[in-house]
Design a protein around this ligand. Structure first.
Ligand code: CA
Length: 227
C-alpha cells in the first residue's frame, strides 16, 4: 500500500476541527472519511475499511475509549487518539486499550499529518491478520502469543503485556512509570519491578535468538529495537 493513498477516517464531532484535519490530510494526498459520533465510527469502519482512524476521545453516543476497545476486539487497524484532555492518565489509558499514538488539542495539523504518515509506514508490512513482526519476533495478539518462528516464548502474563506494549511501539522510549501504568496497573508495581521483568525478558529473548534488543535509555527508560 502506498501510504499516501490510504483512507483515513476522522472521528470527531466538532465540525470545524474535522474539516481542518480533512483539508490537511487531503492536501497530503490521503483519502478521507468522517464520522461525527462513536456509533457511526464503528459502522463506517465496517463498511469503508479505512487504513487508519484519527479518534477524538470526547464523542457523542459512544466515547473514544469505548470505540477503541470495541475496535481492538477484532482489529489491528492503526488508531491515533486526539483529545483535549492533556492528561497522562488518558494518554496511558488510550495506549493501554491499543492506540498507536496520541495527539492533544490544540494540535498543529501538519504534525497530525506527519504522525499519520509515520504510523501507517510503521504498520504497513508489519501487519498481516493481526501479526506484528520485529526482528525474528512475532506477536499474535488473538492467540496471546509471542514466538520466534514456530517456537512460542514462555512469558509470564506481566512479561507478555510488557512485550506486547513495546512490540506495538518499536523504537519509542517509555519510562518505567509509563510501563507500570500501561502494563502492570493492577499491581503495586515499583520501578524496580519493571527492571526485574525486563531482565527476565531479556534473558528469554537472547536464549530464543529473537533478533531484538530491549535497550536501556539512561535516565529515561526502555525501548525495543531490532538488532
Ligand atoms: Ca469532541
Amino acid at each position: 500500500m502506498n501510504t499516501n493513498t490510504a483512507l483515513v477516517m476522522v472521528v470527531e464531532d466538532e465540525v470545524q476541527i474535522a474539516e481542518i484535519l480533512i483539508a490537511y490530510l487531503e492536501r497530503a494526498g490521503f483519502r478521507t472519511a468522517r464520522a461525527g459520533d462513536g456509533d457511526l465510527a464503528l459502522q463506517l469502519k465496517q463498511s469503508l475499511r479505512p487504513d487508519l482512524i484519527l479518534l477524538d476521545l470526547n464523542l457523542p453516543k459512544r466515547d473514544g475509549f469505548a470505540v477503541l476497545s470495541s475496535l481492538r476486539q477484532d482489529s489491528m487497524i492503526p488508531v491515533i487518539v486526539i483529545s483535549a484532555l492533556d492528561q497522562d492518565v488518558d494518554k496511558l489509558t488510550a495506549l493501554r486499550i491499543g492506540a498507536d499514538d496520541y495527539v492533544t488539542k490544540p494540535f498543529n495539523p501538519n504534525e497530525v499529518v506527519a504522525r499519520v504518515t509515520a504510523v501507517l509506514r510503521r504498520s504497513t508490512g508489519h501487519r498481516e491478520a493481526g501479526l506484528v513482526r520485529i526482528g525474528a519476533l512475532e506477536l499474535r495478539s488473538e492467540a496471546h502469543e509471542i514466538s520466534v518462528g514456530a517456537v512460542p516464548l514462555s512469558l509470564t502474563p506481566s512479561e507478555y503485556r510488557l512485550m506486547e506494549f513495546l512490540m506495538r511501539r518499536p523504537g519509542r522510549v517509555f519510562s518505567r512509570g509509563d510501563l507500570v501504568d500501561a502494563c502492570l496497573p493492577e499491581s503495586e508495581a515499583l520501578d524496580r519491578t519493571v527492571d526485574s521483568h525486563i531482565a527476565h525478558i531479556r534473558r528469554k529473548l537472547s536464549e530464543a535468538g529473537a533478533g531484538v534488543e530491549l535497550t536501556t535509555v539512561r535516565g529515561v527508560g526502555y525501548r525495543l529495537d531490532p538488532t
